[in-house]
Design a protein around this ligand. Structure first.
Ligand code: GLU
Length: 366
């Protein structure tokens, strides 16, 4: 059966120590993609390598300031695309460059336009090759790493699988490059605080987001109903083995929810990560089991700063994210009337606004 796959390859695979592109890797990666494409799968690639290619073109030593990196990305992006194009041409497959920033996910019009363009490209049988638009992305709208970008793309196109290829075989109990007794975790059904803590110590050193970024990306995909695989891009036929169900090494992160609608996925792409509303056990039940809106009485705490209209996370007492939604109240207002009965809350807020803190229709439950 034809599947939609978002496949992310990181710098550790695509580039060599001297910052030039690893054409041996790209060549065999493209072969795998071409074979999958010919068997009917829809494929979107998310790739790094622009900054490194720019650096090697300019013969610059490591320069870590952001303006330099942006200029280097502008120089290197063309080199990266040319290399992919040359390899895909051998398989008579057309490639398409797509450069995105977080703004393309935040703005509803851009989100829909981008999604439709990606859809049309796959109908053209072209392979979208996505990277962050480093040239225009400033701190507030940066993805931070391409793992994050790939998970948002996967949710945008309603992918069946997100495959994150890196230089290690998956998510280990410790950094496998330093600790030989680190064990590969073969599957995860939930990403909780202990998994995130473990991810901080594990991973490959060359990738920008490290294992922590990969686990965060997997959490986002998993919360969108998508299965994520973290695997080694250096293992032969790894992608077709994953798709074909052949026994091999990887970490699979199962979906933690049913697939969401495109509107719900758009909600999710709006969320200010780490900002939100902590609710009590009664409210968790009301939201999860009874399909209710969130009322002031169920709010027990606030995390971070947000404004009316922002999309925020909704946490249970133990810190787990149980939902996201568009808040009708700012963090400042909520701080004033958390736990209050409705009428009292409106009075304290100084105006009669909405009864609900987050209306059911503007919420996605995990
Ligand atoms: N966009 C950056 C590049 O192409 C890399 C970002 C990442 O590796 O996560 O060089």
């Amino acid at each position: 059966m034809s599947q939609t796959l978002v496949i992310k390859v990181g710098s550790a695979l695509v580039t060599k120590e001297d910052n030039t592109l690893n054409t041996n890797f790209i060549g065999s990666f493209v072969e795998q993609i071409a074979a999958l494409k010919k068997s009917g799968h829809k494929i979107i690639i998310v790739t790094s390598g622009a900054v490194a290619s720019g650096r090697s073109e300019m013969k610059l030593e490591r320069e870590d300031n952001i303006p330099y990196k942006q200029a280097l990305a502008a120089i290197g992006q063309g080199i990266l695309m040319n290399t992919y194009r040359d390899f895909f041409k051998k398989h008579e497959i057309v490639t398409a460059q797509v450069l995105l920033t977080n703004l393309d996910f935040k703005n509803r019009e851009s989100f829909i336009t981008t999604r439709n363009t990606l859809e049309l490209l796959t109908r053209f049988n072209a392979i979208p090759i996505i990277n962050e638009n480093d040239v225009t992305a400033y701190a507030e709208i940066k993805f931070g790493d391409n793992d994050n970008l790939a998970s948002k793309v996967a949710a945008m196109v309603d992918a069946d699988k997100l495959i994150i290829l890196t230089s290690v075989k998956g998510f280990y109990t410790d950094d496998p490059t330093k600790n030989p007794s680190a064990e590969l975790i073969r599957e995860l059904s939930v990403i909780d605080g202990s998994v995130k803590k473990l991810a901080k110590g594990a991973g490959s050193k060359k990738s920008l987001g490290g294992m922590s970024g990969k686990i965060k990306a997997a959490e986002f995909a998993s919360n969108s109903g998508i299965t994520t695989y973290i695997a080694s891009g250096n293992d032969e036929n790894i992608i077709s083995n994953i798709i074909g169900g052949v026994a091999c090494d990887f970490t699979v992160i199962h979906p933690m929810t049913e697939k969401h609608t495109s509107k719900q996925n758009w909600f999710k792409s709006q969320v200010k990560a780490g900002c939100g509303i902590i609710i009590d056990d009664g409210a968790v039940k009301a939201l999860k089991e009874r399909g209710k809106s969130l009322l002031p009485v169920g709010v027990s705490g606030i995390k971070g700063k947000f404004e009316r209209g922002d999309f925020v996370e909704i946490y249970a007492q133990n810190g787990d994210i149980i939902a996201i939604g568009e808040t009708n109240y700012s963090s400042l207002d909520l701080e004033k009337f958390k736990g209050c009965k409705n009428g009292e809350a409106c009075y304290l807020a100084g105006a009669i606004l909405d009864e609900e803190v987050v209306h059911r229709d503007n919420m996605v439950i995990f």
